[in-house]
Ligand binder design. Structure first.
Ligand code: S3P
Length: 796
């Protein structure tokens, strides 16, 4: 599409009688074009000293009138947009005031601007508008709405205009006490109608943010080029300056006059930013002089991670907010869907989280291999970086963690962001409840709906001061540091109402700093990675049946951790092979910790063909190669004792049940309702969409399996198949839940029609590369990335 033809499909009724744009540079002319294309004003006029621009704009039908002086065209305008350099604002306001005084425009005409600094624009308006009787409050016009579109381009001037310049860009508006609502609403509507999203900010804050994020980088770029240009052998310097120099200084090619004006216009905020920068420069200089490798790696690693983290935030990818989702899996029915091969599944999520936590709190350096580079574990990693821990990597699953000891964490400067990860939030809450400093823990929309009182209540019994500030006991969590509380946590003896490894781990972790003994008794066995890792790091843990205890006041000693493949991720492939005829799949060195192997036990009860070979240990954790062949599954009543041992695998087990012959009944699984989604309701919905008869109960699900066991055998190539479709096609949404998305991808192996699964970005929380690996062994998942990757733009 030609940019200048962009037309917002949503708009149409003019917002204004006449818009007058002062300044037909890139921004002014682009806004004029966007106003014209979207019919946002009945008339459009402009003022510019550059006569050829005005002439061209009139000739091309963009303007109804134009001139080099405001008084010649402004009559009857109800919106004036100031799009000239900041320094000229006072003169323009003087002209606008004169137009008000001589009745060309009314005193409540809306006035807005597009300038890069806001405090000085407001100051200039104050200088001018002191003595108009009507439409003036506190010396400022009621219609004045300072604004700043964060959009720009390499080229400048009228001819570089683009009506799509503002689409998907932000506009910051800085409402004043004097600004009337009607003016605010109309300026907001204007920007939204040309495709921008509008946010409000106080003017001083705007200038400070822009000083740091835009003005300082430009200043540094100009300065560095000048530094090199001033060297005696500057030619050689430039000759050998490589990509880094070019990337860093690209922005020094912009208009010097504009930047000269901005640096003065935003003088005090830029000086503050520059002073702060000088302190940081001195700090890194000293680290290099001191050869302080850990601190330097810490700084560089933190910066690299922060950059990635901010990228997530800007792009609204799942790490920040799973409500912004648009990627889908499109899976066509596949006639040759045997699942074959030998593959390695990514690292265990639970153990990856704990490797960061224990490595950070230990004394010494911990090396981790096999770390899961998924969103959830990365959230834990980022949290510890935010608390001052130096962590190198991840680099192909390898991490080096420079432990800070039990008392070495530092307060994070911002709320700690846990993304979608319940494990991160609940375990960290235990650690943070015991720290000297205050903390705030928050997550994405899905995490902020999950129950947190289950950990907050027992932590309070230990003396923690913790507030769940969301509605109904949900995060954000505000935790008050021990320094303010005045005494350490106290050990308790806690009977857990549910078998949850997260609650158990949270309390045991808090217990490491508590006075006395902390004991937790679980109603059933839940995963025991925390207990195993505590032992591996030299911390004594007592396990008597279902009661686990630690004494506070000990220390952790760094040790290397090899993270085994995640059995929860392996489960998708186990079911995929089990339900597709002609399959034989081997998953290498998967964790088979007995507190996690419920999925194998349940599938075996359903008569799946599973064998475990090459059994060994990686660190504290047992592993084995798992081979699974297709078989005729049967429906079963799932023993309740297996529920906590397969808690994450039920979504895909429901798919297996639908393909089995006869009924499968799950009871005692209420916990499934408070996972990343209500997995009972959401799976039942999806199964019904795909034509499966199932009944939701309070604590489980009854599924009528569609397997027949006497299907005709078909021969494709050298393989025999008798996999009649079980599911119809349809549209499924993931409900921000990675395991829902992957489970229905597996269902597609037995579907008669196309299955489309929406919201699959969330798969990255636990299984980056799932679709690629699935396709490697015989599935055919097409990933439609949607428009989730739009980057925000940048401008002065
Ligand atoms: C986990 C424990 C489980 C599990 C989650 C990871 C852990 O939650 O569902 O994915 O790492 O401790 P609950 O312990 O709350 O059941």
């Amino acid at each position: 599409m030609s940019p200048s033809n962009y037309k917002n499909p949503l708009t149409s009724k003019p917002l204004f009688e006449q818009v007058c744009i002062i300044g037909l540079g890139l921004i002014g002319a682009s806004l004029a074009q966007a106003i014209k294309n979207n019919s946002l004003s009945k008339r459009l006029v402009a003022v510019d000293r550059h006569q050829p621009s005005i002439e061209a704009a009139i000739e091309q039908g963009l303007l109804d009138a134009g001139a080099d002086a405001l008084s010649q065209v402004v009559s009857g305008s109800d919106l004036i947009v100031i799009a000239i350099p900041v320094q000229a604002a006072e003169a323009v306001f003087t002209d606008i005031k004169a137009a008000m005084q001589n009745g060309q425009i009314s005193n409540d005409c809306i006035i807005t601007d597009v300038c890069s600094t806001k405090v000085n624009i407001i100051a200039a308006a104050k200088q001018v508008f002191t003595d108009l009787p009507n439409g003036i409050t506190n010396g400022l016009p009621n219609g004045l709405v300072p604004a700043h579109p964060i959009a720009g381009g390499e080229n400048s001037g009228y001819h570089a205009r683009r009506s799509d310049l503002f689409i998907n860009h932000r506009v910051i508006i800085c409402p004043l006490a004097s600004t009337e609502d009607r003016a605010l609403r109309k300026v907001r509507a204007l920007w939204e109608s040309v495709g921008a999203s509008v946010i409000s900010m106080e003017a001083q804050h705007h200038d400070s943010v822009l000083a740091h994020t835009s003005h300082l980088p430009h200043l540094l770029a100009y300065n560095l080029v000048d530094q090199l240009a001033s060297h005696d052998d500057n030619l050689n310097m430039f000759r050998y300056a490589a990509g880094g120099f070019r990337d860093f200084t690209r922005i020094a090619a912009s208009d010097p006059k504009m930047w000269h004006d901005i640096f003065f216009a935003n003088q005090s905020a830029i000086i503050d930013a520059l002073d702060e920068y000088s302190d940081y420069l001195q700090n890194i200089r000293q680290l290099i002089i001191d050869k302080d490798s850990t601190a330097l790696m810490g700084l560089l690693g933190r910066a690299q991670a922060a950059r990635r983290h901010f990228g997530h935030m800007l792009a609204s990818t799942p790490y920040t907010d799973t409500s912004a989702m648009s990627a889908s899996y499109i899976i066509s029915p596949n006639t040759n869907n045997a699942i074959n091969g030998t593959i390695t599944i990514p690292g265990d999520k639970s153990i990856s989280h704990r490797s960061i936590m224990f490595g950070s709190l230990a004394e010494g350096v911990t090396h981790v291999t096999g770390f899961l580079e998924g969103e959830d574990a990365l959230a834990t990693l980022q949290a510890f970086r935010d608390m001052g821990v130096t962590i190198e990597g991840p680099d192909n699953g390898k991490l080096t963690i420079h432990g800070v000891g039990m008392h070495g964490l530092k307060p994070s400067k911002t709320p700690i962001y846990m993304g979608n990860s319940g494990t991160s939030m609940r375990l960290l809450a235990g650690i943070l409840a015991a720290q000297e400093f205050d903390s705030v823990l928050t997550g994405d929309t899905s995490l902020n709906k999950r129950p947190m009182e289950r950990i907050a209540a027992p932590l309070r019994e230990m003396g923690a001061v913790i507030q769940s500030t969301g509605t109904s006991g949900t995060s954000p969590l505000s935790i008050t540091g021990r320094e303010k509380v005045g005494k350490p946590l106290q050990g308790i003896d806690y009977d857990m109402p549910v078998a949850s490894a997260q609650i158990k781990s949270c309390l045991l972790l808090a217990g490491l700093w508590a006075e006395g003994t902390t004991s937790v008794t679980q109603p059933e066995v839940s995963r025991d990675h925390t207990e195993r890792m505590l032992s591996a790091f030299g911390y004594e843990v007592s396990v008597e049946g279902n009661r686990i205890s630690v004494e506070g006041g000990g220390k952790l000693t760094a040790g290397d951790i090899a993270v085994p493949a995640d059995i929860s991720s392996a489960a998708f492939f186990m079911v995929a092979a089990a339900i597709s005829q002609g399959s034989e799949l081997t998953l290498t060195q998967v964790g088979i910790n007995p507190t996690r192997t419920g999925v194998i036990d349940i599938l075996k009860l359903m008569q799946a063909d599973i064998t475990l070979t090459n059994k060994t240990y990686v660190g504290e954790e047992p592993v084995a190669d798992i081979t699974i062949r297709s078989s005729n599954l049967v429906g079963i009543k799932i023993p309740e004792s297996l529920v906590p041992l397969a808690i994450d695998e039920f979504p895909v087990l429901f798919i297996a049940a639908a393909c089995a012959k006869g009924r499968t009944t799950l009871t005692g699984a209420k916990e499934l309702r408070v996972k990343e989604s209500d997995r009972i309701a959401v799976m039942a919905d999806g199964l019904q969409t795909l034509g499966i008869d199932c009944t939701v109960t309070e604590d489980g699900l009854i599924i009528e399996g569609q397997g027949t066991h006497n299907q005709p055998t078909k021969v494709i190539g050298s393989q025999t198949h008798n996999d009649e479709p079980v599911f119809s096609g349809g549209h499924i949404t993931s409900h921000h839940d990675h395991r829902i998305a992957m489970s229905f991808a597996v269902a597609s192996l037995r579907a008669s029609e196309q299955i489309v699964i929406e919201g699959v970005e969330t798969v990255n929380t636990s299984f980056p590369g799932f679709a690629e690996l699935a396709n490697e062994v015989g599935m055919s998942i097409e990933v439609d990335k949607g428009d989730a990757n739009n980057e925000a733009g940048d401008k002065a």
